[in-house]
Design a protein around this ligand. Sequence first.
Ligand SMILES: Cc1cc2nc3c(=O)[nH]c(=O)nc-3n(C[C@H](O)[C@H](O)[C@H](O)COP(=O)(O)OP(=O)(O)OC[C@H]3O[C@@H](n4cnc5c(N)ncnc54)[C@H](O)[C@@H]3O)c2cc1C
Ligand code: FES
Ligand code: FES
Length: 1283
Amino acid sequence: MSSSRDCVEFEVNGEAVVVEHPDPNSSLGEYLRYGKGLSGLQLPCKQGGCGSCTVVLEGPDSMCGGVPVSSCLVPLCSVDGKKVTTVEGVGNVKEGLHPVQSAIVDHHGTQCGFCTPGFVMSMYGLLKSNPEPTAQQVEDQLDGNLCRCTGYRPIFDGFQTFAKRTTDNIHCSKAVNCTAAACQEDIEELGKSTSCMKKPRTLVFSKEGVTWARLTSLQELYGLLHGAKNRGDKVRVVRGNTSTGVYKPPSADFIADISEIPDLKKVSVDENGITLGGAVTITDFMDLLDLHKDLSPSYAPLHKHLKRVAHDQVRNVGSVAGNLVMAHGHGDFVSDVAAILMTAKAKIKVGSAYNNGQERILSLEEFYKISLDGLVILDIVIPVLGKNARVSTYKIALRRVNAHALMNAGFNMEVDTVKGIIEGNPVIVYGGVRKNPQRARNTEDFLKGKSIYDEKVCGMALDILREELILDHAFGRTEYRSTLLGAFLYKALLSLLPEDAVPASLRSSIMEYERPISTGEVNFDKGDPAEYPVSLPIPKLSASLQVTGEAQYMDDMVVGGGLFATYVTSDVANAVIKSIDPSEALSKRGVLTFISAATVKDDGYCNLVSEYEELFSTERVLYFGQPLGLIVADSKRVADEAAKLVKVDYAGIQKPILTIDDAIAKNSFYLDRGVDWQHGDTKRGFQMADTVIEGQVNTGHQYHHHLETQRTLCIPGEDSTMDVFSSTQDPAQVQHCVAVALNQPQHKITVNVKRIGGAYGAKLNRSASHAMACSIAAAKLKRPVRLVLDMATNMQSVGARSPYRCDYKIGVNKNGRIESLDLKIVNNHGSHFDFEYPDMYMIASFIDNTYNIPHWNIKGNVARTNLPGCTYMRGPVFVETVFMIETMVEHVASALQIPADIVRETNMYKPGDITPCGQKLDYCNAREVFSTLKKSSNYESRLKSIKNFNSANHFIKRGISIVPVKFNASWEAQQQIALVNVYPDGSVGIHTSGCEMGQGLDVKVAQVAAMTLGSLVKDGLDLTSIRVNSVTTIVANNCSESGGSVTSELAAMAVQRACERIVSRLQSTSKMLTTSKGKPGWGDLIQSGVDNGVDLQARGRVNPAASKCGPYQYVSFGAGVSEVEVDVLTGDTRVLRVDILLDCGKSLNPAVDIGQIQGAFIQGLGYYLSEEYRYNTDNGKLVTDSTWEYKIPSSKDIPHDFRAALLPNSSNPSGFLRSKFSGEPPYGLACSVIFAVRQAVASAKEQWGDNSWCSLSAPATVEKVALAASVPISALKIHKIRS
Ligand SMILES: Cc1cc2nc3c(=O)[nH]c(=O)nc-3n(C[C@H](O)[C@H](O)[C@H](O)COP(=O)(O)OP(=O)(O)OC[C@H]3O[C@@H](n4cnc5c(N)ncnc54)[C@H](O)[C@@H]3O)c2cc1C
Ligand code: FES
Ligand code: FES
């Protein structure tokens, strides 16, 4: 093996880079971000699961032209000789944005912006390889990018402009003579790669005992494997290295990179089929299948299935062979690739490194039975099947793309369509039954020679299948998987029938779901020119910084001499700590200290976050993941590794209490935290009612999934001062808690927040403890310390939205009028209170939603469980209680056989009504909003069509639901501050106490400032003169948190007050300068003001008093209609159309408010359909603590057609500038989706005679939906409609 210099050489954004002594375990993403300082890419998950780290990689062969990849998975050492483009190389603010970046800005496609560079790079990568993409290709391109804020709609709207583009209609927003490298590239030129790199070279180098070896021939590989065996060294072979996104790689002495071995990269196509080398990527395989789809009946179905394997960034480097080997080593991995290749009768050629390269050809079944020690996959042959072969494959996952299969299957059968006989040897493969894909041999044998027209065959085959494929319970979801076993076979057999022989009602069951290109529509009023730029749809102030990766988040700050901290957390949930021994960790090179409850006390710091919560556990562990201490080291990696070396001994380990049912069984409650709340006289109400209905509804956890995890940087200064940079929504709370932790007065603590990469409530109360821990470390070591939680720790240790159970009793009249409600509500809050949250009285504020129900009785209890204390999550209590009351409404409708929308209208508030919590609804347009949407969405005619569709289709069902919401503006006691500085050059700097986290606060306050200050001058004040600066407690002292949807308007009000002060001081100067030609220009006015000594700094503060109407300043109404389609055999749900109408009064910025609607609704979609928490019931570990297991909606889950509108001609006399908020109300509307699903399921159940109330709890995952539908086995019939 030839040796080379100890370095990798490649290009980054056109610049040659040499990395000396690279670490074989380092990723490209880590190097770019931390080594090169290219902080545009983010590394939230390091699992290939989110897309935020996407860069474009260009190399020889398949990478020629450039492809998007997940840089967190690409080994740094593997990019030698390649070209890397990051977002910084695409375009920048100074020289001009690239059209891809402009498209996002122009379509309002950013909120927090943390994900944005990843989207830019995915689209840029597509255009590099394909400058003229089709709309479908654009739609497919974002399958590896997650966005938690925008709901994807505006990003698609921006990117779809490239699908129709001509050279004329895409313009770079930069100046004509821009010299930015990327902008010199015409879009057309993007696809024509200039050079395809030089020949890859062999590389061998070592660091810290690990050797990286890039091999360029099979002989080198065999030699390395053989030699290592003789020496007893461990070798890890890597191609794309993407398997490390799923499973942590085993430690190895050698990492053997096979991606440049020519023999393994070969592909060929001939009459025998497609042959892939052992290093060929899934993308290249897909291209071949597509190109040769007519060669074999298996190729098109394989291609289609592969589109649902991983995502573009993974498929571009991840290999077919790597997937097969990964499945070999990890029995719990349900590989799609293995299942479909087994179906297609693929053969694998392996070579033995220990046996002079001796080759064997194996079937997939044989492959999974042998040891792979010393074997290399050389080739995979996917044969050409006979023309009568019918291949169908299936996959069920928690979401459409970028999600592993819960179960998959493949069927390959030959049929004589004239006689209907199954000929040859059928192949039936199931993945997810137990370890490795399984052939259903007995079922195959049974079907051989049988007639598909024989009605008995299907039933008998299903019986045999269930008998032979015994499900391994360790895979979980046994009942559901058992349902899927039958469902897949039934579909496959049905699809063997000639089209005209399939009964019409069953045709939709075999038609594969083809997701159309999604579309959207937005509508809002033009706004009031007298108030411009207020009311204009102006892009976010930071949008250009976000799309270029120049926007700075907390962890992007570079600080000299900084240290890194990592939590040591518990790995049991209910035990006593016997001892903590950090000695091994402390002996590791680079580790500076270990901080625990004991050292905090010894050092004179405070270990209490609040009266309910310890910073580090002193004695008892209350939940898995509880912080026990903090390791501080000179690098993040050392800190992470050392944290694992801290030994904790426990005593009295008990089974954790995890669920509400567990808590009820163990009588584990916070006794002083319940509520017993009455309104009216429920006894009388029930007496007046014609019917009493009882039921139960449950909701689950929801993780915020902010891509920027909890993080803090603490920089100690002179005289025990501390500068804290935190990604918090509540700087004042952080300041208070850090001061308490350090035992210092608050004036020594300054908290700064520039922007937050997603929060959704998680950073209201949950940031303080991390800031405390980090500040103690910084104070103790007198050096800057950074604490950045990884995603798993964030999910394990930080609370989420809390689950609820509601048992209800409804007294209702026969016309649907609800008279009385008796509710028993239990909230699973976890092991401690999150400061004072939850306040059970919040239930009473929201649970009425839009309904005037006279009599209420609510008994609320808070369950104490072994989970982290739950916390605020967007629309806390509101979202859950709206779902409860709307479920009751649905139940009433179902029991009384009255349409649900009529029950809603029957009970809806009218102007002048008073809510149970005493709010007088003077301006109540609930009915207007509801009826306007009902009309504009054609609800009634669509309901009729759905009924027709459902009676014509047996297993594919549709549902539609319209839901209203009311949301309360909680202004009282909110304190917001603004400081406005006008500088001599006319530029304006604003500080507010409101944190920008994507909700568009900055642009709204800038618009208000421009309107107010601009009133003095001729042409108004341009927004470009205004800068909104970081939040700092130096300005924003003693302020409220940013939350509850109201911060933007209150911060804008504070800005307006400050600006008005400056305006009044400048009035006389303005008058003086006003001539017959009108008012002065801004520059002249300010210059003159400065000359005359006018004070151009002003502060504004708002601290609203109680409203005259009740506890809330105003209430806002909205309505949403969702239409869904459900495959009741599998539970697969698609959202066909959503219409939202929200009353935003006179919107301050309609683009921002529409963005809030789209984003909140899609977060709600995840809550109701796919986001599921699963725990290990023995030790309380959250099993779904990663992007691999926890599934927020992807770009392929959003409604096919999404229409969002603001109520026209609206106003709000009680709001700031007659506006209303938008952040949380639309979230509540997402429950219309689950009710539409419920309706679809109920319609299916009616077919098999089950008319009982069908309830769905949140989240209604594919599993829950299929189990709710509970299709009886007897319904799986194949009717004979041919003689
Ligand atoms: C976010 C994400 C989502 C995913 N979703 C899916 C999904 O929906 N369905 C699905 O089926 N898969 C999915 N995967 C798995 C993905 O397909 C695999 O990670 C990928 O195919 C592995 O290929 P690789 O080249 O990166 O393998 P590597 O990570 O490089 O290697 C994996 C293993 O294969 C061995 N190996 C590689 N090539 C050879 C060879 N020629 N001979 C012998 N051994 C070899 C390596 O030694 C290693 O043990 C997903 C992965 C990620 C990260
Ligand atoms: S950090 Fe790479 S995909 Fe999430
Ligand atoms: S804008 Fe996409 S995650 Fe915030």
